[in-house]
Write a protein that binds this ligand. Structure first.
Ligand code: SF4
Ligand code: SF4
Length: 135
């Protein structure tokens, strides 16, 4: 459980489609303002439904907040795998310290982990030599 709020992050708003607004995935939302959502208290249900890992779990450090680190981590639509969405404007976001923190944290529980950046897709697996024997 977490008491976190999104503000001022809106990174996922451009990544995902919002049917109620007829906003396609990959397009900026017209309600996004300089810091946050301009209609936060009246935002559509699909916006309310989406929670990234950083928002859901306050054990992830503050510097992994998506707008700060450039990646949004979430379950896929079926909630059976984990996806790291990399900001296409910051395609190197996963190669820095924050990316390393995310991958190390996620790989302790999930295998594989999927990575999406614009039209690019990648899958990360644990090393077959993982000494934990969880490969
Ligand atoms: S990426 Fe996470 S913290 Fe940022 S707006 Fe979306 S749900 Fe909120
Ligand atoms: S309505 Fe608000 S929360 Fe929903 S996508 Fe637009 S800016 Fe983000």
């Amino acid at each position: 459980m977490s008491d976190r709020v999104c503000f001022p992050c809106t990174l996922c708003c451009a990544f995902f489609g919002v049917p109620e607004l007829a906003k396609p995935a990959g397009m900026p939302c017209p309600h996004r303002v300089e810091a946050g959502c301009g209609i936060h208290s009246d935002r559509p249900q699909s916006c309310r439904n989406f929670e990234c890992f950083w928002l859901m779990d306050d054990s992830f450090p503050e510097d992994l907040r998506p707008d700060l680190c450039g990646v949004v981590v979430s379950f896929n639509e079926d909630h059976d795998s984990v996806v790291i969405h990399v900001d296409p404007d910051r395609p190197d976001a996963l190669s820095g310290e924050a990316g390393t923190q995310w991958i190390e944290a996620l790989m302790t529980t999930f295998d594989p982990v999927f990575v999406v950046c614009g039209d690019d897709r990648m899958m990360i697996r644990r090393s077959p030599l993982d000494p934990s024997g969880q490969a």
